[in-house]
Write a protein of this length. Structure first.
Lengths: 166, 528
């Protein structure tokens, strides 16, 4: 998904890229807690009757379920934020907070698309300058990628032009 | 200002790797689905061959072919292999193949874990089957492994069984986590929960059941292990334990397990009947709520398996009424399927025949289940062949029939080839006649008092046992014929269209070609 944020500064534009996600984290968390309550209630009942060995298995299983759900959430809650201002383009990638960031001189930045020949990811978008390129939106669909390239070019050139003249 | 968009061509992967390692290292949901389905077929044939030994021995009264200890090993291993090796992995295989395609996801959420959860299974079952060659032979205490038969009086090979069950449990839990993570996180935009195909819904609920009850099974077999080797007395009355409590623990796992083996079948039938009736499924929401109700009730009825162990009348009444209550949501399903067919433009291709066979014969199994749920009369039916007839109507003409129906329904989408319709119909009619010859007489001999799990019996049961055995051999032969149909379809056949069936709906039929590409849905499909 591509979200475009603009403000009063005509030279400023921000693209927020996120993968498709079909559930929100709070709902997923509620589901997980409900499952924990059910699982530990069953195990706790057996433990009260003296059959406590069920309990560690419930614990292990809930840890595995939690890890599985958390891991998949880290993948679908990834974000890439591209901020374009009058002189610079900043790219930040991360989960919950930016963990990697790059800054490019707006005047020199290039957007490359690469046909990979892969069935999984047909097009790769790279952004950068002077031989230093970073892949953008690997999780986007092909249609979204084409749209991103179009919007980025428009954002860099057109809004830049507006910024200089406005 | 110098922005430019340049395009370069590079080449990465085009499809599956070649050779054996493709199957060992694959993380593709279709490959793993195929592995599960082949594994379950092999287990069906192995478990079926054990059933043939059982029916051969019971062909006549007296001890003919095997000694009683080996007969008990056969009944035990038949049950374990069919439940944990054939039916459950077949449904997991179908889930792997179908869930991503049905919800518009490119693959399962945790593909590497998916690979592990399959590859644990061959080792688990090799370990279980190797117990035949150990001193004391394979486990002979029934698939329910009641203590103290499985503790104090069990052979040393029981430790292999315990380890094998742990491995199967780990595999099932990993599969369930994957299904939950996939369905929750990876639905295509627009695919809301109440738009999901019922197969996906039933699998989501099944996965939840698996998550809830697998620790109980793991705890039960671990307590067996500690009772056997570490001086504990969980199930040993002499040490202050309670052998009846084993049955409570086992059936707290075991009854939801029954629904784990049948809920996905409901999803399959709910996909097939609307296609061949050319009408949308009647009462979609009520089907979802009925499935959830069955799952919830499945936790509350376990002691109906234990009426004869002795329990207070209040307990008997509670478990009886709770059990009978399951007939309500199950009835909703049956009526919805029938209502879907009502005034539909029905045609009777092979998948529809198997689905109709399911509806009719699963209902027979359901009704005999109701009879068994009535506490006062269960005292008479308990541990007789009536119980054997009941659960085989549920698991063979229920679960297995739905799996076979699913194969015929989706195999054109998987392989791009139509199966041979004539052979499919022969397979259905042969199997349906045989399965009724096999299991229906078991109601009669059960009501007449023949106990289950015995290699010899009174002369009065001889005729029906002989008929039942003939039905058994015929049904077994029918499934070898099915193997031929499967191989023939994979190797070739009439080309299937993308929609495959005139009335088929769903992303797998409407948004993917036949055969489905190795990687599907690089683009999120549009869901209306």
């Amino acid at each position: 998904m591509i979200q475009v944020v603009t403000d009063n500064n005509p030279g400023y534009i921000r693209f927020v890229l996120t993968p498709n996600r079909s559930i929100s984290w709070p709902i997923l968390l509620r589901f997980y807690l409900l499952t924990c309550v059910l699982s530990f209630s069953i195990a706790g009942l057996f433990a009260l009757l003296g059959y406590w060995i069920v309990l560690p298995f419930s614990g292990l299983e809930m840890m595995a379920l939690g890890a599985g759900l958390y891991y998949t959430s880290t993948k679908i809650y990834r974000q890439e934020v591209i901020t374009i201002d009058n002189d610079h383009i900043k790219l930040e990638k991360g989960f919950q907070k930016p963990t990697e960031s790059w800054e490019f001189d707006r005047a020199w930045v290039q957007i490359n698309t690469e046909k990979t020949g892969s069935y999984i990811q047909k097009i790769k978008i790279n952004m950068g300058s002077h031989g230093n390129y970073v892949e953008l939106g690997s999780f986007l669909t092909e249609v979204e990628k084409e749209s991103l390239v179009f919007q980025l070019n428009k954002g860099i050139i057109f809004r830049g032009f507006m910024g200089q003249t406005g | 200002m110098s922005t430019a968009t340049t395009t370069h061509d590079t080449h990465d992967d085009h499809g599956p790797a070649s050779g054996l390692m493709r199957w060992v290292t694959t993380t593709n949901h279709k490959d793993i689905g195929t592995l599960y389905l082949w594994f379950s077929f092999i287990m069906l044939l192995i478990g079926g061959s054990f059933a043939m030994v059982i029916r051969a021995e019971l062909f006549q009264p007296g001890l003919q072919l095997v000694d009683p200890q080996f007969f008990n090993q056969m009944t035990t291993m038949h049950g374990l292999i069919m439940v944990f090796g054939a039916i459950m992995p077949a449904f997991v295989g179908l889930a792997n193949w179908l869930i991503p395609m049905m919800i518009g996801a490119p693959d399962m959420a945790l593909p590497r874990m998916n690979n592990w959860s399959f590859w644990i299974l061959p080792f688990a079952f090799t370990m279980l089957l190797s117990s035949f060659f150990l001193e004391g032979g394979a486990p002979a205490f029934g698939w329910t492994f009641y203590a103290p038969l499985s503790t104090t009086f069990a052979p040393d090979s029981t430790d292999f069984f315990i380890f094998g069950v742990h491995m199967m449990g780990i595999s099932s839990v990993m599969g369930a986590i994957n299904v939950i993570a996939t369905i929750f996180n990876m639905r295509a935009p627009g695919m809301t929960l109440m738009k999901m195909p019922l197969f996906v819904w039933t699998w989501l609920i099944t996965a939840y059941l698996l998550i809830a009850v697998m620790p109980v099974l793991a705890g039960a077999v671990t307590m067996m292990l500690t009772d056997r080797h570490f001086g504990t007395s969980f199930f040993d009355a002499a040490g202050g334990g309670d052998p009846v409590m084993f049955q409570h623990i086992f059936w707290f796992f075991g009854h939801p397990e029954v629904y784990i083996m049948i809920l996905p079948a409901f999803g399959i039938i709910s996909a097939i009947i609307p296609t061949f009736a050319r009408k949308p499924l009647f009462g979609y929401s009520s089907m979802v709520y009925a499935t959830a109700s069955i799952a919830i009730l499945s936790f509350m009825v376990w002691a109906h398996h234990m009426f004869t162990t002795g329990m207070p009348v209040a307990g008997e009444l509670y478990f009886m009424y709770a059990t009978i209550m399951i007939a309500i949501p199950t009835g909703v399903k049956i009526f919805n399927w029938v209502s879907t067919m009502w005034r539909g433009s029905m045609t009777f291709e092979t998948p529809m025949l198997w689905a109709l066979g399911f509806v009719v014969m699963f209902t027979i199994g359901g009704f005999s289940g109701l009879m068994l749920g009535i506490a006062p009369v269960d005292t008479q039916y308990h541990d007789t062949y009536f119980v054997v007839a009941h659960f085989h109507y549920v698991l063979v003409t229920g679960a297995l029939y739905s799996i076979i129906a699913a194969f015929y329904y989706w195999v054109p989408k998987w392989t791009g080839h139509m199966y041979d319709e004539k052979l499919g119909k022969i397979h259905f009619w042969w199997s349906t006649i045989a399965v009724n010859v096999l299991f229906f007489p078991q109601h009669f001999i059960g009501l007449a008092g023949m106990p289950r799990r015995i290699p010899d019996y009174s002369l009065q049961f001889a005729d029906w046992n002989m008929i039942s055995s003939i039905g058994g051999f015929a049904f077994g032969l029918g499934q070898v014929f099915f193997l031929y149909i499967v191989i023939k379809t994979i190797k070739g056949g009439k080309k299937a269209s993308d929609q495959v069936w005139e009335g088929a709906t769903g992303l797998e039929f409407e948004a993917l070609p036949s055969p489905a590409p190795y990687h599907s849905f690089n683009e999120a499909p549009a869901v209306k």
